[in-house]
Design a protein. Structure first.
Length: 456
């Protein structure tokens, strides 16, 4: 209310000092935006349930609906369960037979989530991260009591079923870890990649490959556009929209996939209507919509933060970096991959160092070597998965091209990650140092833009 009062005062000053009216309007809009953000966060605050809070530390039985695809790990299955007034993360034994949308009864010890150490003096705010997913409680050592029907959204349930069928097809014709990586780059499944391969990808800064991000969706959209090039325009448009929407549902609405999906949808609309597509404006629009829908996303969802910053770096710093690599050959997209990798790594580096302290020294060669075959690996993985579904083990021969490309990517990741100097561990530092780093990056971009304007 106080900020809104200040905004109103600034608007009145516009009539008193007309020469500075634009400045007052700008300040008023900024104050009003802050006031709206505070009000939205107040409505989004998770208060918990008084009855459940009174049972903390006790064994309880909960009735609810599984609102996300079960997260199956090697040692446990995690369920996001929604009751009437609260969200609960239930930890069940591995291979629990539960599906999205199931009405379940589950019993276990009710607890509040706790932060945990991530090493080098850092702590991950796990309670706030779960709150961004609408979860306030944990049910540890849980046991499934009963399942009584299913009321999941039909489209999401269908997308999850297709995803699981495709993953089973891949598992039929390919061994792990190649099959796991194929599932990661095609449908964004990272549950079965395994801790060792995931650690290699983290040391090489290749984790974005196994997350359904803008790169994966762009590859798929380009493939769909080529397949539908001879069809009427409305079929091309509706096909692209349908593929993007399906992929977002298949990812369970993950923030990185949702951000990429929104931008891809706007790009598709712009292409169909012959409008100009400005990446920075579309990123701002998508980000504002997501944060307005769920304010917790902005500060407590690392996936959204890294995805948005990587896209921002791709838009703002790729032109700057590409000038440095002007002598690199453009064949096979090497210059483009090198420039975009440097731009995105530059933008996400301060946040990554603040969050986990891992500074990859092999990120550039790893991305340059590993990303080149990814579009073909996705294409042949699709053929292998469909062959495994339709022909079973007899389709092993169809999987050989995908297997060879995936083996190459895994080998690159493993060899580079095993180098003794592959990554440095940075001690924990203040949040203000991170803000300072981004202020420096902003200054570099402003100077670059002024130089371009003066040169023009």
């Amino acid at each position: 209310m106080f900020l809104m009062l200040l905004a109103t005062s600034c608007m009145f000053l516009c009539f008193i000092d007309t020469e500075k009216a634009k400045r007052y309007v700008f300040v008023a809009i900024a104050l009003l935006s802050c006031a709206c953000g505070i009000a939205r966060m107040q409505f989004a605050t998770v208060w918990g349930d008084h009855e459940l809070s009174a049972e903390l530390g006790k064994s309880v039985t909960i009735e609810g609906i599984v609102v996300q695809e079960p997260d199956e790990r090697d040692t446990a299955t995690f369920l996001s369960v929604r009751t009437v007034d609260a969200g609960i993360l239930a930890k069940l034994p591995a291979h629990a037979k539960v599906a999205y949308g199931d009405h379940i009864q589950v019993s276990g010890t009710l607890e509040l989530p706790d932060p945990f150490d991530t090493g080098n003096g850092r702590q991950f705010n796990y309670p706030q991260y779960l709150a961004s997913q609408g979860i306030e409680y944990q049910l540890n050592r849980a046991r499934l009591v009963s399942i009584s029907g299913n009321s999941g959204e039909p489209l999401q349930a269908f997308a999850i079923d297709v995803k699981e069928l495709f993953l089973r097809g891949l598992g039929t014709v390919m061994p792990d870890p190649e099959a796991a990586l194929a599932g990661g780059i095609t449908v964004g499944d990272k549950r079965s990649v395994g801790p060792e391969l995931m650690n290699d990808f983290q040391r090489d800064s290749l984790v974005h490959m196994v997350v359904l991000s803008g790169y994966n969706i762009t590859v798929v959209l380009n493939a769909v556009a080529r397949l539908l090039i001879y069809f009427p325009r409305y079929l091309q448009f509706s096909g692209s929209i349908g593929v993007v929407t399906f992929f977002v549902f298949m990812a369970g609405g993950a923030s990185s996939a949702l951000r990429a999906g929104l931008m891809a949808l706007i790009a598709t609309i712009a292409r169909a209507t012959h409008r100009v597509y400005l990446g920075e404006r579309v990123l701002a629009f998508a980000s504002v919509c997501m944060v307005a829908w769920n304010p917790w996303t902005l500060c407590f969802d690392p996936s959204f933060q890294l995805s948005a910053l990587a896209t921002l770096g791709l838009i703002f710093f790729t032109p700057i970096v590409s000038g440095v690599f002007a002598t690199v050959p453009s064949s096979f997209g090497m210059r483009e991959i090198l420039s975009s990798t440097c731009a995105t790594q530059l933008m996400v580096l301060p946040l990554l160092l603040y969050q986990n302290g891992t500074f990859s020294l092999v990120a550039l060669p790893a991305n340059l070597l590993a990303l080149l075959p990814v579009p073909w690996a996705m294409f042949f993985s699709l053929i292998a998965g469909v062959g495994g579904i339709t022909l079973g083990p007899s389709a092993v021969a169809l999987s050989f091209p995908a297997y060879a490309l995936l083996w190459y990517v895994i080998s690159v990741a493993h060899v580079l990650a095993s180098l003794p100097f592959a990554a440095l561990s940075i001690p924990a530092f203040s949040l203000w140092w991170m803000f300072g780093a981004y202020a420096v990056l902003l200054g570099v971009y402003i100077l670059y833009q002024k130089g371009r304007t003066a040169g023009a």
